[in-house]
Design a protein around this ligand. Structure first.
Ligand code: ADP
Ligand code: MG
Length: 240
């Protein structure tokens, strides 16, 4: 479970997270929507400890992410994160790219890492691309490779930050299908996305961020069908 308690975070004079309270249960799919600069990415980077917070706390399975005594490397192994773009190592094959962190970080044997990489690449539909170099993949395939790489670390949580935003429209669907599959398998996920139809279909709950505030959080039918917050109403009207 991920527990976010009254988290505040500023960059210099700019307060980016203004007291966020949110709990994500095991197996839950939460999507986060909101305008550019509303603090969505910052929230994700705070959850896995990439960014410090100013006050409040974040607990992952009861462990306080920003406590001095917390072993961040150990905690991060529980949390896979996939961004808009991941720069794979160009001189390594797809298979080798998905093996690398398993060997370096988890200290898995090469054989175990390879078996896991093959399994996850098959899972995301890239079983035919094991020996190919990343530059030969389409953008959608590259994103699925990034997802396979994160999954190969056996995370308990997956954070996705606009993983389809850099893709040509015809490639978005295959990546969303991969996320749908993970959701249906019970993965605990936080997905920042601009894909409203996807958010509506896949989410247990949807959170709307506006200027560092979580202005509304609700089940998708409620949030999209009967939005209460005026800024959310404006946002939804503008995205149609
Ligand atoms: P979103 O993902 O919702 O678009 P972000 O969390 O990326 O928003 O950013 C929120 C605000 O914080 C923006 O105004 C952004 O410019 C600012 N910001 C993000 N990261 C940094 C940083 N490392 N240093 C300074 N300002 C930042
Ligand atoms: Mg962002």
């Amino acid at each position: 479970m991920i527990e976010i308690e009254n988290v505040r975070k500023s960059f210099g004079p700019l307060e980016v997270l203004k007291g966020i309270n949110l709990t994500v249960a095991k197996g839950e799919v939460l999507t986060v929507i909101g305008g550019s600069g509303s603090g969505k990415s910052t929230l994700l980077t705070c959850i896995n400890g990439l960014e410090p917070i100013d006050s409040g706390r974040i607990l992952v399975d009861g462990v306080e992410v920003h406590a001095k005594t917390t072993d961040l490397n150990k905690l991060r192994r529980k949390i896979g994160i996939v961004f808009q773009q991941w720069n794979a190592f160009p001189h390594l094959t797809v298979l080798e790219n998905v093996m690398l962190a398993q060997v370096k970080v988890l200290k898995r044997s090469k054989a175990d890492a390879e078996a896991e990489a093959v399994k996850q690449l098959n899972h995301v539909g890239l079983g035919e691309k094991l020996k190919v170099y990343p530059s030969r993949l389409s953008g959608g395939q590259q994103q699925r490779m990034a997802i396979a790489r994160a999954l190969a670390m056996s995370p308990d949580y997956m954070l996705f930050d606009e993983v389809t935003s850099a893709l040509d429209p015809q490639l978005v669907g295959e990546v969303l299908d991969t996320l749908r599959m993970l959701a249906s398998e019970g993965m605990t996920m936080i997905c920042v996305t601009h894909e409203m139809k996807f958010a509506r279909e896949v989410s247990d709950r949807v959170a709307f961020f506006h200027k560092g505030v979580m202005a509304e959080i609700a089940a998708p039918d409620q949030l999209f069908g009967a939005p209460k917050d005026p800024e959310l109403q404006k946002f939804l009207a503008a995205t149609h």
